[in-house]
Design a protein around this ligand. Structure first.
Ligand code: NOJ
Ligand code: CA
Length: 515
């Protein structure tokens, strides 16, 4: 097992699986745990170190699993607890860790805690959630807005007891009150349940929203009208996280927490690393998935995030795509750019998180109005993964969402067989990273490169790599000294001496000639 100074998650490449869309073992058109188990060989071949599963808990699926009705079980659509244990055992057998999505800010309105809580004003679980009297005009208690549907209040009136309850997301996702020690104890119990079963860690949903000002003050202008969680922050969150960190660290094997910090305010993400006593890792959202395909933007973003996180002795994360946002292949507009972005993602210092399907260069699916399902409009990036060349591409006649564009060419079977494919580029990148101490852990030194490009060096002991990314649509001269091309985003010239010119929208990884 790894030592505390170099825990596994510092050098891991994480791979996010959206279980409904990954692989379907029982033919009902919805991905499941059996499907994931059946594809572990593929993930091993690709070379990922850890899987993050989006929620698989019992859920009415109003937010496709982010509305949890029971934290210590598996929804029948995905399988059983035994299937999950089996998946974890199979993954561990291949040296792949498994982290679960944990949704502590809110439950489903069908969770028994909420069903009890809404039963009466005197119910013993009433104060597990935020219940408040109407404002004097009968409206919601404050002006907070929900994230879904956009433009709706974060409060729903409950006729039975004449009060409103708070939901930062859908009305079917009531917020838990983490200032209540009973809530804390119950949710700690959930973590113990999974840690004892051998889960390696958790991706913590909207982690920055957990602590709340008990007076729930109105949002001031200019924020009023914007979904409240997009700029929520309250100091009480940090004590909650320190307790979670102690709990997780009390288990052997470097269990870990990676939190979703999604904030429109600047310099927020770094706060949730605490002083090495809060999250092990945090996502820097939305910046990570909104930085456009421009050299200046990526230079600025990488330098800022690395400096901020280094400042607290933390380790950054890098994400290009996830289940909440259009895929970067779609955002950036071409496969060449998606390939170059992959080189960047997998060579920056920190923990890279891949979103299943990006290694196939998938674009978002186009969803006809009658097939739209998600209240947040995020169906396109959740399209099923095409596995094979046959009709249905592994999904039978009717997958729960339409397949992404060009599935006849962009499927695992076809791209696996094509040495020049983006899938094989990802595989080479993961192998290059694994074999290079510099790429895994080496400090980062930004290089002064021509406009339109970004460059940096990573070095560790005698190991050194230089990475250049050309964002421009034309060739750019970019001197790199006496180096060998280890890897290029378009596959050209690998193994040859570097000639000092980057092709349009090309990224390269260079190694010293002697290495
Ligand atoms: C963030 C998750 O990534 C998203 O999918 C979900 O809708 C919200 N949190 C609410 O849980
Ligand atoms: Ca299924």
């Amino acid at each position: 097992m790894s030592t505390p100074s170099r825990p596994w998650w510092k050098t891991a490449v994480f791979y996010q699986i959206y279980p409904r869309s990954f692989a379907d073992a029982n033919g009902d058109g919805i991905g499941d745990l059996g499907g994931i188990r059946a594809r572990l060989d593929h993930l091993s071949w690709l070379g990922v170190d850890a899987l993050w599963l989006s929620p698989v808990y019992p859920s009415p699926m109003a937010d496709f699993g982010y509305d949890v009705a029971e934290y210590c079980d598996v929804d029948p659509v995905f399988g059983t607890l035994a299937d999950l244990d089996g998946l974890v055992a199979d993954a561990h057998g291949r040296g792949i860790r498994v982290i679960l999505d944990w949704v502590p800010n809110h439950t489903s309105d069908r969770h028994r805690w909420f069903v009890e809580s809404r039963g009466s004003r005197t119910n013993r679980r009433r104060n597990w959630y935020y219940w408040r009297d109407p404002a004097p005009d009968g409206g919601p208690p404050n002006n907070w807005m929900a994230a879904f549907p956009l433009g709706t209040p974060a409060w729903t009136f409950d006729e039975r007891t004449g009060q409103y309850y708070l939901h930062s997301f859908l009305p079917g996702q009531p917020d838990l009150d983490w200032s209540n020690p009973e809530v804390v104890a119950a949710m700690h119990g959930v973590l113990h349940f999974w840690l004892e079963r051998g889960i390696d860690g958790f991706r913590v949903d909207v982690v920055h929203a957990l602590g709340k000002d008990p007076s729930l003050p109105d949002d001031p202008p200019p924020w009023a009208g914007i979904p409240h969680t997009a700029f929520h922050h309250h100091p009480s969150t940090h004590a909650i996280l320190r307790d979670l960190r102690r709990l997780v660290d009390s288990y052997p094997g470097d269990r870990m927490l990676v939190g979703e910090v999604w904030s429109l305010l600047e310099r927020q993400t770094v706060l949730y690393y605490g002083h090495g006593d809060e999250l092990h890792l945090a996502f820097d959202l939305p910046a990570a998935v909104r930085t456009p395909w421009e050299a200046a933007a990526w230079r600025g973003y990488t330098r800022r995030l690395i400096a901020e996180i280094e400042d607290v002795g933390g380790w950054p994360t890098w994400v290009l795509s996830n289940h909440d946002t259009p895929r970067h292949r779609t955002r950036f507009g071409s496969e060449a750019r998606a390939r170059a972005a992959a080189v960047l993602l997998l060579t920056l210092p920190g923990a890279p998180f891949l979103y299943a399907g990006e290694e196939l260069g998938l674009e978002d699916a186009v969803i006809a109005p009658q097939r739209k399902l998600d209240p947040g409009g995020r169906d396109g990036c959740r399209a099923p993964i095409p596995w094979s060349t046959e009709p249905g591409h592994g999904w039978g006649d009717e997958p729960w969402l339409p397949l992404p564009p060009a599935a006849a060419e962009r499927n695992v079977e076809t791209l696996h067989a094509d040495a020049g494919s983006i899938l094989n580029l990802y595989r080479r990148l993961l192998a290059a990273r694994r074999a290079s101490p510099a790429l895994r852990l080496g400090p980062w030194r930004p290089l002064d490169t021509p406009p339109g490009t970004l460059g940096f060096e990573r070095a560790s002991g005698g190991d050194r790599r230089v990475v250049f990314v050309n964002f421009a649509a034309g060739e750019v001269a970019c001197s790199g000294g006496n180096m060998i091309i280890q890897l290029t985003s378009d596959g050209s010239g690998e193994g040859s001496p570097y000639g000092g010119v980057l092709a349009p929208e090309q990224a390269v990884v260079l190694r010293p000639t002697a290495a």
